[in-house]
Write a protein that binds this ligand. Structure first.
Ligand SMILES: C[S@@+](CC[C@H](N)C(=O)[O-])C[C@H]1O[C@@H](n2cnc3c(N)ncnc32)[C@H](O)[C@@H]1O
Length: 225
């Protein structure tokens, strides 16, 4: 059996242990022993970027917000699709995620942190949205948790709740698109998006390219003011 190697560990403010391990050519981040994310299944994270890009339209100077960084697969696909003068902000709650990507994961997506189009904001994406000027973002990609009903961090509930959706729409430009990643389907979240004024849809997405079934859900929320 191939060994699992601990590359880095940190204790979070809530006293839980955050760890980065490598195993058989892949990387895994755990919080308090629970798997938070891994590099083994990243297709739906890239798909988010493609869906957001479809709504960006032509012309440069677009503003994109991603929350959070993770292993950077959503960012990688965004950067492949947007133009040289577009701006991509990435809000990441845990500074260790950014420093570990820089230090241990340069060959995964860590080098993207140095792309001149990228601005890393070490903060809660909800705070970033709350302080944004009205109509700032053309696209917002939210993959901060397992989904509206399967929260790892209870504080993230506010992002998916009615006031959070109001905060999101306020920060979005007319014609802009938000995409939410979710591990599962959730009819009530789709209804909340519509109630908040978005034209909303949910599509299924593969976890990895060769997957036979589409196990993840991507919520698409178009804002037309
Ligand atoms: C599942 S990972 C994102 C994976 C990413 N889409 C990728 O392509 O690798 C979730 C990330 O969001 C961060 N996060 C969690 N809650 C957050 C919040 N409220 N604001 C910003 N980042 C958050 C986590 O620390 C983690 O890095």
């Amino acid at each position: 059996m191939k060994p699992s190697v601990v590359l880095a560990e940190a204790i979070l403010p809530n006293k839980q242990k955050l760890s980065l391990r490598s195993h058989d050519g892949h990387y895994h981040i755990r919080v308090g022993g629970e798997l938070l994310m891994s590099t083994t299944a990243t297709a739906s994270e890239a798909r988010m970027a493609e869906l957001a890009h479809e709504a960006l339209g032509s012309g440069g100077g677009k503003n994109v917000l991603i929350g959070g960084f993770g292993f950077g697969f959503t960012l990688r696909r965004v950067l492949e699709l947007v133009g040289a003068d577009d701006h991509v902000q990435v809000a990441e709650l845990l500074p260790e995620i950014v420093s570990w990507n820089r230090l241990h994961l340069r060959n995964v997506n860590g080098q993207l942190l140095d792309d001149p189009r990228v601005e890393i904001v070490l903060d809660d994406v909800f705070a970033v949205l709350s302080r944004a000027a009205p109509q700032t973002y053309d696209a917002v990609l939210l993959d901060v948790d397992n989904g509206p009903e399967e929260l790892v961090d209870p504080r993230n509930e506010r992002i998916y709740a009615d006031p959070g959706l109001k905060t999101l729409s306020r920060a979005m430009r007319k014609g802009g698109r938000a995409v939410f990643w979710s591990a599962g389907t959730d009819e009530s979240f789709l209804k909340r998006l519509v109630k908040a004024g978005f034209r909303a849809d949910a599509i299924s997405a593969k976890a990895y390219p060769q997957a036979q079934v589409k196990t993840h859900t991507l919520f698409i929320a178009d804002w037309n003011g």
